[in-house]
Design a protein around this ligand. Structure first.
Ligand code: TMP
Length: 209
């Protein structure tokens, strides 16, 4: 059995990530290609519970290191329980957010640094790094303007615009660190143009048909 493929989606809040994940899902359904869709933090019962703790605005005292560890804990469970078995079983796995979110949000915006987050990500991922990461490349001020405002429901969404700008700068650093894995796609055109570039990129890499 040959190993399955692993695709992740990344980007700042409001860039249209969920829309693109859903369009990819529709495309794969239409073309009879089987795939497993997950989101992070979450994707299984225990990791969804950890998600609730992380994102609850009540937990405003949460330390940055605790936050990074909780995201990693949720991911460790998802890896062991779902992602690794699926990849070993030859399946295509698609995850909305993954290790580059931890690098951008906790490594850069929370200032925990590249070394700490690289170590955490390596511990959790081992040999199961994504084959390709689609980064929807749009700065947060543009994303919020395009969306006509921003969501301020959870603890991360409630962070300042400066925080989200640091997240974006963090993503750009991650792109420099992993130029072969991370593909930058601008979502500035309409959603179908963005979708088509994603499909073309994944086809060119032999990940989907
Ligand atoms: P979502 O709303 O896109 O599902 O993601 C939840 C929030 O968690 C979002 O604000 C990004 C943030 N996040 C991190 O800060 N670090 C991480 O490692 C992950 C996966 C998400």
């Amino acid at each position: 059995m040959s190993r399955g493929k692993f695709i992740t989606f990344e980007g700042c809040e409001g860039v249209g990530k969920s829309t693109q994940v859903n369009l990819l899902k529709e495309y794969l359904n239409k073309t009879n290609q089987k795939a497993m869709f997950l989101r992070e933090p979450g994707g299984n019962a225990l990791s969804e519970k950890i998600r609730k703790i992380i994102l609850d605005p009540v937990n405003s005292e949460m330390h940055s290191l605790c936050e990074a560890m909780l995201y990693s804990a949720a991911r460790a469970q998802l890896m062991e329980q779902v992602i690794v078995p699926a990849i070993e079983n030859g399946e295509l796995v698609i995850c909305d957010r993954f290790i580059d979110s931890t690098m951008a949000y906790q490594g850069f915006a929370r200032d925990l640094g590249v070394k700490t987050i690289t170590s955490l990500n390596e511990i959790v991922c081992g040999d199961y790094m994504p084959d390709v990461t689609i980064f929807l490349d749009l700065p947060p001020d543009e994303a919020f303007k395009r969306k006509g405002g921003r969501d301020e429901g959870d603890r991360m969404e409630l962070q300042s615009l400066d925080f989200h700008k640091k997240v974006y700068a963090g993503y750009k650093k991650a792109v420099d660190m992993y130029p072969n894995r991370i593909v930058c796609i601008s979502p500035r055109g309409n959603k179908f143009e963005t979708h088509n570039s994603i499909i073309r990129n994944l086809q060119a890499r032999g990940i989907i048909k």
